[in-house]
Design a protein around this ligand. Structure first.
Ligand SMILES: Cc1cc2nc3c(=O)[nH]c(=O)nc-3n(C[C@H](O)[C@H](O)[C@H](O)COP(=O)(O)OP(=O)(O)OC[C@H]3O[C@@H](n4cnc5c(N)ncnc54)[C@H](O)[C@@H]3O)c2cc1C
Length: 432
């Protein structure tokens, strides 16, 4: 047994970690196992990838490519392959993953099991839309193929299924052709939520990637920075290799507090407002700015931090967001780098997929115990009333009634669950 934390570093409880390494041996290695849950790169913030007192099926060494068809762009690989490795290998060959979340240091299995979304959701939907087939290994020894055309119900339960239907051993992914690694990007400051919404609506048809940062310390008089990008038509050769920085120690207290946050947010706003305008940038520095700062999660101090990511339907969204920004400003527990984006209309493929048409906002909060929990209870009430939901990949504490309200298809998952799989999250939200 050894202590394991997820990205939020809220706990470090003992787990038995089983290192998987060989696809051929998986059935034997996982048979009769339980309670167990697969572990990818541990980039979930809460307890989706944790199983205190039980086993973690670590997929980090299931990291081989099996085949690639350069005619069709179909890649078959093991579930522990990182999205970054796929990009490094495929971009020079003119192909890219269609969907990548805000970090590339994520496994294929984790990307499927959380049905992750990227800054181009309005164009291409979520990760699961681009999965053609999966091999699922169950703890009773079965290995089952599923995909949109084979066992589609099991597939819908597994995409976004937070590891509960079995271990994804391999996946067949449809890549998309790209000209190269450069993006033509634009940065635009805005000074109200309405201005953000107009920019988002106007950008969706013309820009492939859109995302925005907002200052949530200013309440409903918020301001922010809107970012949008398209693949550059004429690519300018190889981009420079980004320099990697690391956070050397965990500070004794969170660096983000009532005094520093307004300063950080104001600085960030003005810095970017002045740098505004158009520029050609490498895709990774634009899409994954935090990947070059190793262990930045340590900046929140030894008690860790929560991410609160919500989505609210488009109609109720603006009013709900105003209430949320008011509540956060009054609480004095603002977030550094609150990220806001609109999701497109494409229906999500999984029973528990997070994206739905509307507006999504994600905020980081240092863990201040009961104070932070009280803030979340207020925010939950707004999300519930607006008909929204919270993202399981980020969650560590949502109450069961909010899960039931936000994920009405969750009861259908029961039929497809692997009885040997259980996580901290499944016990908290589903009772087992
Ligand atoms: C900086 C940062 C930015 C992020 N930005 C985004 C974003 O923009 N969009 C977004 O959608 N998400 C985002 N995320 C969340 C992240 O993409 C997801 O949590 C992703 O699932 C993490 O993948 P992982 O390999 O670390 O999986 P883990 O966190 O280890 O596991 C995630 C879930 O997948 C299951 N799982 C893992 N491997 C397998 C497998 N082989 N078979 C079956 N189940 C498996 C686990 O049991 C768990 O339930 C971000 C996270 C970080 C840290």
């Amino acid at each position: 047994m050894r202590p394991v934390s997820s990205w939020g570093r809220l706990s470090a409880e003992p787990h038995q970690v089983v290192d998987l390494s060989d696809i051929a041996a998986l059935v034997d290695q996982t048979r009769g196992m339980g309670p167990a849950i697969p572990l990818g790169m541990g980039r979930s913030y809460g307890d989706a990838c944790l199983n205190p007192g039980g086993s973690l099926l670590n997929t980090a060494r299931l990291d081989r490519f099996h085949s690639f068809d350069p005619e069709t762009g179909r890649l078959v690989c093991e579930a522990g392959v990182q999205l970054r490795d796929i990009q490094r290998f495929m971009l020079p060959r003119g192909w890219s993953l269609p969907v990548i979340p805000g970090t590339q240091i994520v496994s294929v299995g984790g990307a499927i099991a959380n049905d992750v979304h990227g800054k181009n959701h309005h164009r291409v939907g979520s990760f699961g839309h681009h999965v053609r087939n999966l091999k699922l290994v169950r703890t009773d020894g079965q290995a089952i193929d599923c995909g949109p055309g084979v066992n589609p119900d099991l597939f819908a339960a597994t995409v976004g299924g937070i590891g509960l239907t079995g271990l994804i051993a391999t996946a067949e992914l449809q890549l998309q052709p790209v000209a190269g690694p450069w993006l033509d990007t634009e940065i635009l400051p805005y000074r109200s939520l309405d201005e953000f919404l107009t920019l988002a609506d106007d950008s969706e048809s013309l820009w492939e990637h859109t995302v925005s940062w907002l200052d949530c310390t200013a309440g409903r008089r918020t301001r922010g920075i809107f970012l949008r990008a398209n693949p550059a038509v004429d690519q300018a050769g190889k981009p420079p290799v980004p320099s990697r920085r690391a956070v050397p120690v965990t500070p004794p207290l969170s660096l983000f507090n009532r005094l520093t946050l307004p300063v950080f947010n104001t600085l960030y706003y003005h810095l970017n407002a002045h740098r505004g305008g158009t520029k050609r940038r490498p895709f990774d520095t634009f899409l994954f700015p935090l990947d070059d700062v190793q262990d930045w999660n340590r900046l929140y101090g030894p008690r860790g931090f929560y991410q609160y990511q919500l989505v609210v339907p488009r109609d109720a969204g603006p009013a709900a967001l105003r209430d949320i920004l008011d509540i956060i400003a009054k609480s004095g527990q603002g977030s550094f780098l609150a990220v806001i984006k609109t999701f497109g209309e494409r229906a999500s493929p999984g029973l528990l997929s997070f994206p739905m048409p509307g507006i999504t906002l994600s905020l980081d909060f240092p863990n201040r115990g009961a104070r932070t929990e009280r803030l979340f209870v207020e925010l939950d009430a707004v999300v519930r009333a607006a008909g929204g939901r919270l993202y399981l990949a980020k969650d560590a504490r949502m109450p069961r009634d909010l899960f039931d309200a936000g994920y009405p298809k969750a009861p259908e998952l029961a039929r497809f669950r692997d009885p040997g799989m259980s996580s901290g999250m499944s016990r908290r939200l589903m009772g087992h």
